[in-house]
Design a binder for this molecule. Structure first.
Ligand SMILES: Cc1cc2nc3c(=O)[nH]c(=O)nc-3n(C[C@H](O)[C@H](O)[C@H](O)COP(=O)(O)OP(=O)(O)OC[C@H]3O[C@@H](n4cnc5c(N)ncnc54)[C@H](O)[C@@H]3O)c2cc1C
Length: 463
């Protein structure tokens, strides 16, 4: 394992003498509150943790990082996933999901729907066609959109509304599986450019489904992140808030406040790696300039919650899917034709009445409203007689976490106006590099593979 040499740190100091018109007054910081690193990583989720491990442990770079979080259920056999697990001694095996009986109900009334989902062989056949399609164009989008063609060469099929594409290819039977796994297109699936569905359900995940090759850690999902944290903790500043940032071609200076610390810390780094989703709210203290603002200003917010609730009135081993009425009798394409989606599925262990809550919306939903949507969804089931249950059913939300984010802009002509090129032109601009799910396909394995491609380029600029 290598660490940056002292001489290199001296170089870093000299390097920062280049801030001619700095607003952040370094004299206002005690020496112990100034940290110097090659790279400062903002965000400690999947991509931030991966980047921190790779940069510090493999790529001879000093780093600093902010927060760490845990998540997700299963992983794809793709990119650096297996080696990342092995590096932390995480044993893994095939992913097994609980067999649940699906009850499709009307999202508005809670009544059982007369909806016949596609048969298993129809789903597989349609997914195989989708697989051929995403395989054909994979080099343009994975890992990341580095090779994405200029506007006049974008394959027309990427710009085609997904509804039209599906009907033309006769792959309606793939749609329920695609949306259940990816959560894509709440309220707008049919009009999304097909490219955005590719981003949500690309080659690696499609292969995982068709070939049944998903994997899962044998113990818990969070063990990977716990072990990564143990390794990195001297360079991690948990629960930090950015107060102010200066970025230019010569480096980055970020003022942060961590946890209960009273003093602020100045982090000086040659490069920043930004990993959270780039909403205007998140970017506010990161000092966007006009070029960055033009790229990020019209992204579309999405609201998404995942949680666990005790719901004693729903039979064990059930999955309640709240769907729009338009899916009847078997209109699979209408499955996201409602401004929110909700599902409640048994998690086990047996006898505890625990259900995994998945809620997505294309309008703003607070924690309180999310909880209320679940409670009222359950009451609708009772009122409609769907559960053969009378009386009060106490919904007890044990955990609920938001995974809100922003998605690429939706205007019809965004892609044709070179959005992808403009987005990627920000890589390296103002000493800042970007990774995470907003830049590539949306799963941990894709994000890790993409992060490698970013680090490779970032490091070249440090040589
Ligand atoms: C419900 C759900 C289930 C999923 N299941 C799977 C699955 O089974 N398999 C799979 O491969 N993928 C799954 N995914 C996708 C997977 O979680 C993402 O691909 C992955 O987390 C993306 O990594 P990321 O680093 O871009 O974002 P994240 O992992 O979300 O990390 C972003 C980090 O940035 C932090 N942050 C946010 N804002 C700021 C800020 N302003 N300043 C500092 N830090 C900030 C956040 O706290 C977070 O730690 C799932 C996603 C969801 C929502």
């Amino acid at each position: 394992m290598f660490r940056m040499r002292v001489s290199a740190i001296s170089l870093l100091v000299l390097f920062f003498a280049g801030f001619a018109h700095a607003k952040i007054d370094e004299d206002g910081f005690e020496p112990e509150n100034i940290i110097q690193r090659d790279v400062v990583i903002v965000g400690g989720g999947a991509s931030g943790t991966y980047a921190a491990v790779r940069l510090r442990e493999d790529l001879n770079t000093s780093i600093t990082n902010t927060t760490l979080e845990y998540g997700v259920q299963s992983y794809m056999h793709y990119g650096p996933t297996v080696s990342f697990f092995e590096r932390f001694g995480i044993e893994f095996g095939p992913f097994t999901s609980r067999r649940l009986t699906t009850i499709n109900v009307d999202v508005e009334t809670g009544k059982r729907l007369d909806y016949t989902p596609p048969a298993a062989n129809e789903t597989t056949e349609a997914l195989r066609k989708w697989l051929q399609f995403v395989e054909k164009y994979n080099d343009l989008v994975e890992p990341g959109f580095w090779n994405f063609p200029p506007p006049d060469q974008i394959p027309a099929v990427f710009l085609t509304p997904f509804g039209e594409f599906v009907q033309h290819q006769k792959i309606e039977a793939a749609v329920p599986r695609i949306v259940t796994i990816s959560g894509v297109g709440v309220g707008s699936l049919q009009i999304l450019p097909t490219l955005q569905v590719v981003q949500a359900f690309g080659l690696a995940v499609t292969k995982g489904v068709v070939e049944g090759t998903f994997i899962q850690p044998k113990t818990s999902n969070s063990l990977l992140y716990q072990r990564a944290y143990e390794l990195l903790k001297e360079d991690v500043r948990l629960n930090s808030t950015i107060h102010e940032t200066e970025r230019d071609h010569s480096g980055v200076r970020i003022v942060v406040k961590s946890g209960s610390d009273t003093a602020k810390t100045l982090i000086k780094a040659k490069r920043a790696l930004w990993t959270p989703f780039p909403s205007q709210y998140n970017l506010k203290p990161f000092g966007q300039d006009e070029k960055e603002f033009q790229v990020f200003r019209s992204w579309v917010p999405e609201w998404s919650y995942v949680g666990v609730a005790s719901i004693p009135c729903i039979p064990e081993n059930s999955s309640i899917q709240y769907l729009p009425r338009e899916v009847e009798p078997s209109n699979h394409l209408a499955i996201r034709h409602y401004p929110h989606s909700l599902s409640l599925g048994t998690t086990g262990p047996s006898g505890l009445d625990l259900f995994r809550v998945m809620l997505g919306a294309n309008y703003s939903v607070t924690y309180e409203e999310a909880e209320e949507m679940v409670t009222s969804g359950v009451q609708k089931l009772i009122a409609a007689g769907t559960l053969n249950y009378t009386g009060h059913c106490e919904v007890d939300m044990k955990a609920l976490s938001a995974h809100n984010g922003v998605l690429w802009p939706r205007q019809d002509d965004t892609l044709e106006h070179g959005f992808v090129q403009e987005l990627y032109s920000l890589q390296g601009y103002r000493s800042t590099w970007w990774t995470g799910r907003s830049w590539c396909e949306e799963y941990s394995s894709n994000v890790w593979a993409f992060t490698d491609t970013v680090l490779e380029r970032l490091l070249k600029t440090l040589e």
